[in-house]
Design a protein around this ligand. Structure first.
Ligand code: KE4
Length: 433
């Protein structure tokens, strides 16, 4: 079994980056704040592997937090980027590539009739919320406790106690006015959802939801909850937004909406869509999207939106997804991994819950089922952290928080799953000793 515990070069680089970048990282999720220790500084990725600046090799289950469905350095993506670069990097003018990617999105996600490219998932959700408000002429939006939709002011909201909670900002710098129209409800509770609609349905511009939550860890919606969302939004003229930044092209070719057979009014996309390049998108019914400038009056813009190099990467990704069918193999490998984690934990006398949808999964350190924010946050995060570092030191690179999803890629193999399970057995034994 690998020993990747020597990360002295990463430690030096972390001290260096911390002098010029807040927390030494350009996104807090990477800083190991939830698990402690030093994040490996990555030199390169290839297939299912990451290699750090100390020369350690890791089996990667983060995949840049989702984009790498086919593993790092997927040849069609690399070649497409290299080819696009020969024409330049950005024009700030329409290009054919933008139409090509938009048409691929519409082909793979039929609920989307028109789509606008942006540069991140956050931009996609921020824009979708604005369009839903502009289209309905209403202000109030609903999100769910534990769901994360990027660092949008109106969505950085901490669920208060109680069922129907007016959001209070969960970050300094967000004025109360930004969240005054944000209602936070418990995920997976259709009773409370019904109550919210009966009380305020005519005021609700949009409901935004991760149709499989990945950002409190992987939490799976009940069929009852999803169908209540669709029924109530239809009944009250509220825009149902599926935030598929993580689930899009991940849990099925057409995302969670294909898997569950529920068509939202709008969808936000990111991650896999760009194949590792900065691409987000929001789209939906044409009558809603025609509210967007310059057709309609809802303003949204971006210098690098539809960037031709990023579009080339996205076209390569979605073409591969359209023409190949990685999902059965992803399902089989991820199921083997989940089962291996459960057996390894049981063998060491640990109790965990593994929630999985396709190739996204989370091992919760809890002896109770995890179905919402409350049950997720009852997990033993200290034990998770110990396990995380044991796995890292055995060359397995997992998301550095109990409240994130891990991902299996098409570059993972049965041998790598077996190697990961062996590491998990050693890790569970070590933390149970
Ligand atoms: P970005 O702005 O990070 O591209 O997307 C925001 C976003 C929106 N919606 C969902 C469901 C998401 O998962 C995300 C971003 N996910 C996090 C990890 N769960 C990205 C990692 C990070 O913040 O560094």
């Amino acid at each position: 079994m690998l020993d990747t515990s020597n990360r002295s070069q990463s430690q030096m680089e972390f001290a260096r980056s911390s002098r010029s970048i807040p927390g030494g990282v350009n996104s807090p999720a990477r800083a190991f704040g939830a698990v402690g220790g030093t994040p490996p500084f990555i030199q390169r990725g290839s297939g299912a592997f990451l290699f750090d600046v100390d020369g350690n090799r890791y089996i990667d289950y983060v995949g840049s937090w989702g984009p790498h469905l086919f593993g790092h350095g997927h040849p069609p993506v690399i070649q497409a980027i290299q080819q696009a670069l020969t024409n330049g990097t950005s024009f700030g003018a329409p290009t054919v590539a933008e139409s090509e990617l938009a048409e691929l999105i519409i082909q793979l996600v039929p609920s989307i009739q028109k789509v606008r490219m942006v540069n991140s998932g956050t931009e996609a959700t921020m824009s979708a919320i604005r369009v839903a408000r502009g289209f309905t002429g209403r202000n109030v939006i609903v999100k769910f406790a534990g769901c994360y939709h990027g660092h949008v002011d109106s969505l950085l909201v901490q669920a208060g106690s109680g069922a129907l909670t007016l959001g209070t900002p969960s970050s300094p710098g967000v004025p109360p006015g930004c969240t005054a129209d944000t209602v936070v409800l418990p995920f997976n509770d259709s009773g409370v959802l019904e109550q919210a609609f009966s009380q305020r349905g005519s005021q609700l511009a949009a409901v935004i939801v991760e149709p499989v939550c990945g950002t409190m860890g992987c939490v799976i919606p009940s069929a009852e909850f999803l169908s209540a969302l669709r029924r109530l939004c239809t009944a009250y003229g509220t825009v149902l937004i599926f935030d598929e930044v993580m689930t899009g092209f991940r849990v099925a070719r057409g995302g969670a909406q294909e898997l569950f057979g529920i068509a939202p009014d709008m969808t936000t996309l990111g991650k896999i869509l760009g194949g590792g390049m900065p691409v987000g998108a929001y789209g939906g019914r044409a009558e809603i999207m025609n509210a967007v400038s310059p057709v309609g009056a809802v303003y949204q813009a971006g210098t690098l939106s539809g960037n031709p190099v990023a579009m080339a990467a996205g076209i390569a990704m979605l073409t591969t997804i359209r023409d190949q069918n990685p999902y059965p193999a992803l399902e089989r490998l991820a199921a083997r991994l989940a089962d291996g984690f459960l057996r390894a934990a049981a063998g060491a006398g640990s109790r965990i819950q593994v929630n999985r949808v396709g190739s996204m999964l989370t091992a919760f350190f809890s002896d109770q089922p995890v179905t919402d924010y409350g049950s997720a946050t009852r997990s033993d995060t200290k034990k998770f952290s110990l396990w995380f570092h044991q796995m890292l030191n055995h060359g397995v690179y997992l998301p550095c928080s109990q409240y994130e999803a891990m991902f299996v890629s098409a570059a993972h193999t049965d041998d790598l799953i077996d190697e990961t399970i062996l590491a998990a057995q050693a890790a569970f034994s070590a933390i149970s000793a």
